[in-house]
Design a protein around this ligand. Sequence first.
Ligand SMILES: [Zn+2]
Length: 132
Amino acid sequence: MSTYEATSPPEGATCQSDHCRSAAVVRLIIPRPRLTADGLHTHADAITTWDNCDLHWPGFRDVCVRSGHTVLDRTGDLRELASASPEWAIFASDGGRLYASRRLNGHGTTVDAYLVGPLRAQMQAVDADVRD
Ligand SMILES: [Zn+2]
């Protein structure tokens, strides 16, 4: 079992699922233990990445998790974000989508993302609007 790391893909990255080519929202970093000549695993530099759009990511993530792998969000920690943002209600769906909502002038505003970093950026954009 391995830990796969999820992070934001570089600008312009596209989904690697078959025939998709949509804009990628999550890059998964997958360590590839290599077999050496004597049959021992090494955890050297063999790493592969897989970019996912918002349509393909939930299914791909689900397959990884059901295969026993841990998917670690490298862009931030959800509990840390929640405790640093008491005015926001933050929760995650079963599919791994993250939501943050707060009330502004009596109206609810909700932003969502698949990674903590982009979620935080959207929350900060809303907070900046409030201060204007
Ligand atoms: Zn896709």
